[in-house]
Design a protein around this ligand. Structure first.
Ligand code: NAI
Length: 336
């Protein structure tokens, strides 16, 4: 079966890590028809729009995207591309698995960190509802709805059930925001009741930050509203080597976009130095989503083998290799 995937290479190092990832995915033998569309500053220069309608037209057909980082120009009233994609396609789950890569020295390399983060992606303070009441007083609205809280809680528990995760922790600040975070917790508890085999706990967000740094190995799956998710998911990326390593996915009922969470790295763009690990690991998630489980596991194992050997790593993780050399090494193990 041939899968259709929309490829959004993006800006800066985006095209380099996207090409490397397409090569690695192709090496698994899974047949994919890639439709390459431009978004970001490249698209703005070429088509006069950051996010041309071709991107949505392609995603409407394929329903699956692989996206490199895109630059959003500062000022000029441009809305972030990621925010636009999430809103228009109803991508309400931001999923980030956070795992150690073998051999990669980090502050926590002697601890087995293996977390799954489910961040609600559509509301909370990110609804963008702000106004000035009187000069010097601004109000920013935190929106929490039962509908959005129930669907992220369900997505988290269903994933935990499917993937054999034993414990779900809901992160909140309901001691202060009793109504909004209180509603989020009520929804999590309701969904948890349907999964008696999964341990359910709750943790206040500030305590969660401390516990994650002190005892990351005691956590399994975390579910939380948008703002806490934004902060905690980067904190967790820092536990395993930073944003250059970890993959991400934005998922809704009908569409999914798999993406690197790092930026466009303008300082190294075009030099062949970029580390494609984050996008490659996002492609691992994409292959599983497409039902290509075996190829997904094979690609993940190949990436881990290259890290375990440590000979073909890129400069950002202390190695001497170029993007191409790292990719060639991954491909050599992907093919078996
Ligand atoms: P950045 O992530 O692009 O760079 C921070 C540092 O990390 C730089 O030193 C860079 O060289 C390094 N780095 C990042 N990814 C790397 C990789 N794969 N391999 C090797 N080194 C890597 O963050 P910055 O500088 O804050 O943002 C630059 C641009 O990226 C901005 O225009 C921003 O809007 C955009 N951005 C886009 C994102 C997305 O599309 N998901 C996310 C974050 C930023």
């Amino acid at each position: 079966m041939t899968h259709q995937v929309t490829l959004i290479p993006g800006d800066g190092i985006g095209p380099e890590v996207a090409d490397a990832t397409v090569r690695a995915v192709t090496a698994t033998g899974v047949e994919i028809e890639w439709e390459r569309v431009e978004a970001g500053v490249n698209a703005l220069e070429e088509y006069g729009e950051l996010l041309p309608s071709e991107v949505f037209a392609s995603l409407e057909m394929s329903r699956v995207g692989l996206k490199g980082p895109t630059a959003t120009p500062i000022g000029g009233g441009h809305q972030s591309i990621n925010v636009q994609l999430r809103k228009k396609l109803g991508l309400y789950t931001n999923f980030r698995p956070v795992r150690m890569l073998p051999g990669l020295k980090t502050r926590f390399h002697d601890v087995a960190v293996n977390l799954a983060i489910f961040r609600e992606n559509t509301e909370d303070l990110y609804a963008g509802l702000e106004h000035e009441i009187v000069p010097g007083v601004v109000e920013s609205l935190k929106i929490i709805t039962q509908n959005a809280s129930m669907r992220i809680a369900r997505a988290a528990f269903e994933y935990a059930h499917r993937e054999g995760r034993c414990k779900v922790t809901a992160i909140h600040k309901a001691n202060i925001m009793k109504l909004s975070d209180g509603l989020f917790l009520k929804c999590c508890r309701e969904v948890a009741a349907g999964f008696p085999a999964i341990q359910y706990t709750e943790l206040i967000v500030d305590n969660a930050c401390m516990q994650l740094v002190m005892r990351p190995e005691t956590f399994d799956l975390l579910v939380m509203p948008n703002l806490y998710g934004d902060i905690i998911s980067d904190l967790c990326a820092g536990l395993v080597g930073g944003l250059g390593i970890v993959p991400g996915a934005n998922m809704g009922d009908h569409h999914a976009i798999f993406e690197a969470v790092h930026g466009t790295a303008p300082d190294i763009a075009g030099k062949g130095l970029a580390n494609p690990t984050a996008l490659m690991q996002s492609a691992v998630l994409m292959l599983a989503h497409l039902g290509e489980r075996e190829a997904s596991v094979r690609l993940q194992s190949a990436i881990e083998r290259v890290y375990a050997e440590g000979k073909h790593l890129t400069g950002d993780v202390g190695g001497p290799a170029s993007t191409d050399e790292f990719t060639d090494a991954v491909i050599s193990y992907t093919q078996g």
